[in-house]
Write a new protein. Structure first.
Lengths: 460, 460
């Protein structure tokens, strides 16, 4: 659906509501796909949302709440009378209903749950953290027994409510509910009607325990191209099924988290436009303060070289250029390695190969920047005489420092994520600003040390 | 599959190959899922790969090549004799075969294509760029006609080769091949055998033209939770189908690109461990040099304030602290806004709301860092007397500059991605190092301007 069509519908909904014609507003909204309904709904003023939602039938409201962002859905649902909220929750997929209940005020969630018809499907899902296999799974799945025939499986499918989501795979469980096999829908259609399920099922089922982290769930589903992944409890019993559409969200969510961390902030965990101002400032201030406190060491480091700066102020002029080059090359290396680790391209045991690559990269990149730096100083000198008779020494100081600092930056940037993973922390914690800060302090020491050797007897 | 099981198989394969027992090596390898086979295969020495691949049956080789990274697959496939390569390509999905052919040396690709039995399915896929809907689609799909009965559709499915991938949806086309409807597999099973396809098909089909960018394809499939998306040519004729597993890769790929750009490098477009050293240095050096050249302006800017630095060397000591704070807050804001734009949370028309948020954030964060900076100077002064009698002026200079620079950093960081999108560029180009560099130069000017006002009559 094009953006302008959604905007057009939004306009019609608002006009209808202004003239008090709620049924026209609903008619306009429901021409859209639920995902687009959610976008239009979210753009309505709060008053209009409160007016419209209770007038929708339960199925439409359920589709809308499923597609809204978690926080928007909770805010909207909180406005519904309990009985109506229970009806809407009954229309949602059990896992979506469980997520929404978890975001509602506890008292309201308990009341709504008590009035739900399908609460028995939702209650087992409530105890699992959102970011685990248990939190992602739905209890709506189809378990067959090994001694059924394919014909009875088809009859069973025919008997299902048409609103039930289409299963991609059917799971086979034994008498204790333990998962023992999987059958594709198509295998059932294309086998003889009297064939037994156990004769067509695949016994090599990939499954994960309820407590598995969502990142691992996404990795497994993407690796094996699974449309649905069965989740088992401690005894191997089928507890639920994770559908692929959850995984698309997880992959996107995990990339967002990594990116926000690399950018030097805590993961927001909420959309930028929806998170409250103070929560956002809180998530951003933490790292900024830590970085600021660490960066204070640069003032201390420069303090050690105060006498050198007094004697050769020209040294101070290149400080930003020098340290930012270390920071930039470090950010680059860190980002490449963090992403390669997240994608499984770089593993812990590859550290030595990464280090060898980055030492070579650092030397090469440092030599490139160092040559440009030398050329810049020579050029300014010949044009304006900026740096006086000792300019070759100044140029050599800058060039040599750049090689050292860029090498040090790439090495720190590439090894820090690996080190963090090694000690069990998230590699993405070694954010671009964090690496830059680390490299700034050491970069200053490298620069002034090189200067004190090269410029001894001339400027110092 | 656990990593150590894959490693165990790898060990057995290598031992078998060392003793010249190729059939044992194959037996060990084929106990694994193709995705795991590919991982073990990629870890084999090149000699072993060359020895093993031609001995695999076509189906196993096809599964292996499909799961390898593009470059690894092309290197391995290039070792096969043409006739065998053609057999392996015939066993692959047409879209995977087309991708592999595109990565092979042109002469070898042409020879292999000429010997393929299924070349008619692959040739139409070859003309589309990799990152468009046409490049992602497969020509292996199932088109029904509106006047078929569900029973004849089931018979048609039963007649398919069992190796054919399971279709999630069946598409309905008219006499000209124009896409007019879609039917779920389950609707076919659960309808009466004599029902006509046109009576159960859904006429509201979401489809995209062949030229659509892969990012848009991923957005649409994720938004509408589609397992498969039909692709149509200019006349609305069904040209191919994109399956959801491609989308997981695209989402991951796009996030990788954004991340690498934000880290201040060009997108590598190849896995970190596989890209050649010089290609990688090339992709990294470009931005580093641009940043370095821009950062040279800091030396020029500081040159303007050389006299001030000579008179008050203490000013130079805080330069790294001050400019890095601007860079860090800018990187943070840029990353948050870039990701929010990629996720569709922030649109161009939201620029004013983003700016309002960031002005407030910048002032708050600047005030926090400014207070800490003031406290640090006061503390050092009372402990060591570091800054002399004028310390309150120095502290005030640092604190006020921090407020200004952090505000300027967040504002630049947040507005630059929006501006880039507005003029049709990729917002992720405003990388963390790029924003930091921009803010460094202006940060110095802010800092020394504040200093020249606050310190006039005391230190300056």
């Amino acid at each position: 659906m094009e953006q302008k069509e959604i905007d057009g519908v939004l306009e019609r909904v608002r006009t209808a509501l202004e003239t008090g014609n709620v049924s026209n507003a609903i008619a306009a909204l429901t021409t859209l796909h639920p995902a687009d309904q959610a976008e239009a709904f979210a753009d309505l003023p709060a008053d209009d949302q409160v007016e419209l939602l209770p007038q929708l039938d339960s199925e439409t409201a359920a589709g809308l709440l499923t597609e809204l962002e978690d926080e928007e859905a909770a805010d909207a649902a909180a406005q519904l009378p309990t009985a109506q909220l229970a009806d809407v929750l009954d229309e949602m997929e059990p896992d979506e209903a469980a997520d929404l209940l978890g975001d509602l005020p506890p008292a309201q969630a308990a009341d709504a749950l008590a009035q739900m018809e399908e609460r028995d499907e939702v209650i087992p899902l409530l105890g699992h953290p959102d970011d685990t296999a248990g939190g992602l799974m739905t209890s709506e799945f189809f378990a067959l027994r090994p001694h059924m025939t394919t014909q009875s499986a088809i009859d069973f499918l025919r008997g299902l409510n048409r609103d039930t989501a289409t299963p991609y795979y059917l799971y086979v469980v034994d008498r204790q509910g333990v998962l023992i096999g999987i059958v594709g829908l198509r295998d059932i259609i294309t086998s003889r009607p009297e064939a037994l399920i156990e004769s067509i099922m695949n016994r090599e089922v990939i499954s994960l325990p309820v407590g598995t982290d969502q990142e691992e769930v996404a990795r497994v589903m993407a690796r094996y191209d699974l449309l649905a992944l069965p989740v088992v409890d401690g005894a191997g019993r089928l507890a639920g099924v994770i559908n692929y559409d959850n995984i698309v969200d997880v992959i996107s969510e995990e990339a967002t988290e990594d990116l926000q961390k690399i950018g030097g902030s805590e993961a927001l965990d909420e959309p930028y436009m929806l998170i409250s101002f103070w929560r956002m400032v809180h998530k951003r201030a933490g790292w900024l303060v830590v970085l600021f406190l660490s960066e204070m060491l640069t003032a201390t480091a420069m303090g050690f070289f105060e006498q050198e700066i007094k004697r050769a102020v020209v040294l101070a002029l290149f400080v930003p250029l020098i340290i930012s080059s270390g920071g930039n090359s470090g950010s680059q290396a860190a980002t490449l390695v963090i992403r390669a680790m997240a994608l499984g391209e770089v593993r812990l045991r590859d550290w030595w190969r990464v280090m060898r690559r980055e030492v070579l990269s650092g030397l090469t990149l440092g030599a490139i920047l160092g040559s440009i730096g030398f050329a810049r100083i020579a050029l300014w000198q010949s044009a304006f005489g900026t740096y006086g008779p000792y300019w070759p020494f100044i140029a050599a100081t800058v060039a040599l420092s750049l090689v050292g600092i860029v090498l040090w930056g790439t090495l720190t940037g590439s090894m820090l994520p690996i080190l963090l993973r090694r000690v069990g922390l998230d590699p993405a914690t070694s954010s671009a600003p964090f690496v830059a800060t680390l490299v700034d302090v050491t970069g200053l020491i490298i620069y002034f040390s090189v200067a004190s050797v090269v410029l001894r007897g001339s400027l110092l």
